[in-house]
Design a protein. Structure first.
Length: 229
């Protein structure tokens, strides 16, 4: 177990622990597992949330102040009952998946997706089916069969492979291999189109684009039917 010491400077404050936890995970040598971060103090809590926009932290603090105002007839003699209540609402621990030696926090996909079967499904008023990898992950051995889509508001079927590369340093560009789609029927396609980004391959209706410099193996399409009612 690793211990991270945190110092706060205000009565109410959010402190970003991400870098500290990432260093602890890297030092542990664990490549695949879970990381549990817990706060033993009864007037502090922990949460996993968006950190790209600092306004999110400000909003969280604002909502907690609204839910737990200071001016209530608290009985606790130490005068910090609001902090105890806020800590209980936030929770005392967070569990995060570790894959490839990194925390999986929703900002990258270098873990990959493999051995997936999707069959005998009906999509009603959906945005379609999308397979994407942007940060070095591999999409491999995917089979889709007997799929019916009705009233699709976006692109019925979309494969994207690009190089956003938010994964660890020196991670290579990902690959798409052995993806088979058969017996796909689509009715009433509308709404906004989803166009491929740079370095992307897109499939819509009965055609596809394969980029051999990015994809190791082609994607096979059989018996695709796009119709209008």
């Amino acid at each position: 177990m690793n211990t991270i010491e945190i110092r706060t400077r205000a009565r109410e404050e959010f402190v970003d622990l991400t870098a500290d936890v990432e260093r602890a995970v890297a030092a542990s040598g664990v490549m695949s597992g879970v990381c549990v971060v817990t706060v033993p103090h009864t007037t502090a809590g922990i949460t996993a949330n968006e950190n790209a926009d600092p306004d999110v932290r400000a909003d969280l603090a604002m909502v907690l102040r609204k839910i737990v105002p200071d001016a209530l007839p608290y009985a606790h003699g130490e005068g910090n009952s609001p902090a105890h209540v806020k800590a209980s609402l936030a929770g005392s621990s967070v569990t995060v998946i570790v894959e490839g030696g990194r925390l999986k926090l929703g900002t990258e996909s270098n873990g990959g997706f493999k051995n997936i079967a999707i069959s005998n499904c009906v999509f009603e008023r959906s945005r379609g089916l999308c397979l994407e990898t942007a940060d070095g992950g591999a999409i491999e051995d995917v089979v889709m069969n007997n799929i019916v889509m009705r009233d699709v508001t976006d692109t019925p079927f979309f494969i994207r492979l690009n190089a956003r590369m938010r994964g660890p340093k020196r991670t290579p560009v990902g690959v798409c291999r052995r993806i088979t789609v058969s017996n796909l029927t689509v009715y009433d396609v509308g709404g906004r189109a989803k166009f491929p980004e740079l370095g992307a391959g897109m499939v819509m209706g009965t055609w596809m684009t394969w980029l051999p410099h990015l994809s190791s193996k082609p994607t096979w399409m059989r018996k695709l039917d796009e119709q209008s009612q």
